[in-house]
Design a protein around this ligand. Sequence first.
Ligand code: SF4
Ligand code: SF4
Ligand code: SF4
Length: 152
Amino acid sequence: MTNALEIYQLLPKTNCKECGKASCMAFAAALLSREVTVDDCPPLKEDKFKENYEKLSGMIKPAGEASESGMIVHEDKCIGCGNCVVACPVNVAEDPHGAGSGKAPTSENVILRVEDGVVRLSNVNQCRRFGKNKIMCNGCIVTCPTKAIEFV
Ligand code: SF4
Ligand code: SF4
Ligand code: SF4
């Protein structure tokens, strides 16, 4: 995953405030927490920033899907231990003999899985923290030794 400084480096750095933020750095932080999208910076759509726009869109995209539920995995902190994978009640319910018991997933319906040493998210709309019947599930967060998962 990325950090605010990396994002900032790709912004126009003019602090023009067109995005409604006080500075490009503030926008970078807001982008990281998914409060805004890349498209909320109008100057970034100018031709001269085309490459930066594309880079930023690529950086933000992986967690973009998760942002609808507010869940973010900081891949740079994930060590692929799989604690969260077995702790997630949705994983256990959907795939009790695969991901839910620490083995390779046998179902497409799991939320968390480890791929190439890093945890990947899917089906985030099934996360128990979200939706009208949400509960304050924190199985994945409390079992993560590196604090790689957060909700924003
Ligand atoms: S609109 Fe873009 S260039 Fe202007 S302050 Fe916001 S992030 Fe910076
Ligand atoms: S909050 Fe609960 S349901 Fe959602 S991903 Fe984490 S452990 Fe699974
Ligand atoms: S518990 Fe944390 S470090 Fe381990 S796989 Fe999950 S996100 Fe990665």
